[in-house]
Write a protein that binds this ligand. Structure first.
Ligand code: ADP
Ligand code: MG
Length: 580
């Protein structure tokens, strides 16, 4: 558990503030995260590395000469939002383009991807490297589809060193992918971790057991085995990785033994002593091995082993000097050359986006849409605990929290937009951006895009109109499908959203009664969401633990159905009060 908290919801931002205060010679805080406080040579590609908070030293601890140029920092275990990534990348970029690096998770893919799109639209060359080192999360043939765990460190270290040595963006991207393809990790957990302020850990491992194939967001392992001795655990991890050793490897390997949060350094060394023996027996030479905490998962009890099968190029960059708050290597003289750079002074600051002028009718419509956002926030708060529990079964337990943060962010942005005389379209576009930004996470990005898409179906001229409302909702569901890429049956919110849209369209074309069609559509979504209990998750965070999700309805489908149910009720009451 976390003992020292001021306010649980402020925990990640307060930790980040303290981190920046402790390391001003390395980092400066900017909107959404940190960037180097020292200048970089003009034309040098910027390596922007990130993910959720709760993993320190990953990722902000690795910003400095020889490694990262900036790190967007999301909430605990949730991806930074697209606008955080955008802001950090804008501040770090120095004329050489941007390489975005993150562990492969759906939320990070969505948010980094959206930020990359925006930067590319502005003429910045952006490359994306998603780290996929966890061998427990997918088959060897699908290496680039696996999730990223402690392999983040060697991949970003190697890419950062290549950039320091003068690589341009093509070259740096090539080396980063090569490092990822040469990196394999395997982990085991002895107990779960607890979100700051939460009463209960996200999962428990039964005593005397260990969970093989841990995730770094409190995802439970993929299978349980009886707890072994330190040497047995070392063998299990080592043999698991060696089963995938590339044919014809050089015999030289970077080794990372990573503690997840509560395994002591001495325990790690006990494990390492066995690993050293196994490496030798196999004729492998460990190159600058690292034993300690690198990619943590709050207070999770567990550890992972990472091997990078090195060639001459990868070894050179793995061994090169680096100077960051949490990872340093090299002779003092080398480091001086790295660090002796003038301070940076110019950073990007996000401006207030303009609000398009709107007619009185559209502003009234916007007022009633704000009422819907209020309703969403209140509903998310009521169901926060239940949604979190559903998500903890095969995901990371944050769905309730994400929905509350997202809807509350949307309400705040909506209020501000109304103060600035926004119409219906502007209100939803602003609220959508804020939802994605405040929630982080996969569902946050999708809900944000859905609101923005709903806004695009409306205008800032016309007043409220039932068929426009239906069009807006259909547009929103279309955006969910397009951006998330999920099919019905994948066990996501799409399983509720698609039947919802079908029924809404059908009923409304027959009856032209909004409340009636919405109520029918919401009921269909409710049944469909319940029905997802029988499905196996194939997408998103839960896909790794797909089998464990059987028997539990999908959290995102459930929250979708709950919100649409409340919306139907709300519209029904509005219609009745208008009729009487
Ligand atoms: P995260 O997975 O980032 O922790 P949440 O817990 O807030 O985000 O949301 C999880 C939900 O997101 C899932 O239950 C699922 O309904 C939805 N989801 C995940 N991936 C997709 C996708 N590709 N398309 C549609 N919905 C998705
Ligand atoms: Mg989640």
């Amino acid at each position: 558990m976390t003992y020292l908290i001021n306010t649980a919801s402020d925990f990640p931002s307060e930790a980040l503030r303290g981190f920046v205060a402790a390391h001003p010679e390395y980092v400066t805080g900017v909107h959404g995260g940190v960037v180097r406080s020292t200048d970089t040579p003009a034309g040098q590609p910027a390596l922007v590395i990130g993910g959720g908070s709760g993993h320190y030293p990953a990722f902000a601890g690795w910003v400095g000469p020889g490694m990262g140029h900036g790190a967007p920092c999301g909430n605990i275990f949730s991806s930074p939002s697209a606008s955080q990534v955008y802001s950090v990348a804008r501040s770090a970029e120095n004329g050489g383009g941007v390489i975005m690096g993150f562990g492969k998770y759906a939320g990070d893919v969505l948010h980094f991807g959206a930020a990359a799109e925006k930067l590319r639209a502005e003429g910045v060359d952006v490359r994306i490297v998603a780290v996929t080192d966890d061998i427990a999360s997918d088959s060897p043939e699908n290496h680039r589809n696996r999730r990223g765990i402690a392999g983040d460190l060697p991949v970003f270290k190697i890419a950062g060193a290549a950039i320091e040595a003068g690589a341009d963006i093509d070259e740096a991207e090539r080396i980063a992918w090569k490092a990822n393809d040469a990196t394999r990790s395997y982990g085991v957990a002895f107990d779960g971790c607890t979100l700051p302020g939460a009463e209960e850990p996200l999962f428990h491992v039964e005593s005397g057991q260990m969970a093989i194939g841990l995730g770094i967001h409190g995802e439970p392992g993929i299978k349980d085995l009886p707890l072994g001795t330190a040497s047995e655990v070392a063998d299990l991890l080592f043999d698991g990785i060696m089963a995938e050793a590339p044919a014809g490897h050089s015999g030289r390997v970077a080794v990372l033994l990573n503690g997840l949060g509560t395994v002591k350094y001495e325990e790690l060394f006990v494990v390492y002593s066995r690993l050293a023996q196994r490496l030798e027996e196999q004729g492998l030479t460990p190159v600058q091995p690292e034993v300690g905490e690198f990619v943590t998962s709050l207070d999770m009890a567990g550890l992972s082993l990472t091997l990078v099968f090195l060639d001459e190029e990868l070894e050179r960059h793995w061994s090169a000097p680096v100077d960051t708050p949490a990872f340093r290597r090299g002779a003092p003289r080398d480091l001086l050359a790295l660090t002796d750079r003038p301070a940076r002074t110019e950073y990007f600051t996000p401006g207030e986006e303009p609000v398009a002028p709107a007619t009185e009718e559209s502003r009234q419509f916007a007022q009633s849409l704000q009422g819907v956002l209020d309703l969403f926030e209140a509903t998310c708060r009521t169901h926060e605990g239940e949604l979190g529990r559903l998500d903890a079964v095969a995901g990371d337990g944050d769905h309730g929290q994400g929905m509350v943060l997202g809807s509350a962010g949307a309400v705040q942005a909506g209020k501000k937009a109304l103060e600035r005389r926004a119409g219906a379209r502007a209100l939803l576009v602003h609220a959508g951006t804020a939802w994605a930004e405040s929630a982080g996470g996969t569902s946050g990005a999708l809900w944000g895009a859905a609101l923005t898409a709903a806004g695009r179906a409306l205008s800032d001229d016309l007043g409220s109109d039932k068929s426009a409302a239906v069009r807006a909702m259909l547009n929103a569901v279309e955006a969910l499908q397009r951006l998330g890429g999920a099919q019905p049956g994948d066990k996501t919110m799409i399983d509720a959203a698609v039947p919802f849209a079908e029924t809404l369209e059908q009923e409304f074309s027959q009856s032209e009664d909004l409340a009636r069609s919405l109520t029918a559509a919401a009921e269909r979504a409710r049944l469909a969401a319940q029905g997802t209990a029988e499905l196996t998750a194939r997408l998103g965070r839960s896909r790794v633990l797909g089998e464990k999700s059987v028997g539990t309805p999908d959290p995102g489908a459930t929250s979708f159905a709950i919100l649409m149910g409340e919306l139907g009720h709300h519209i029904d009451q509005l219609q009745q009060s208008q009729q009487s």
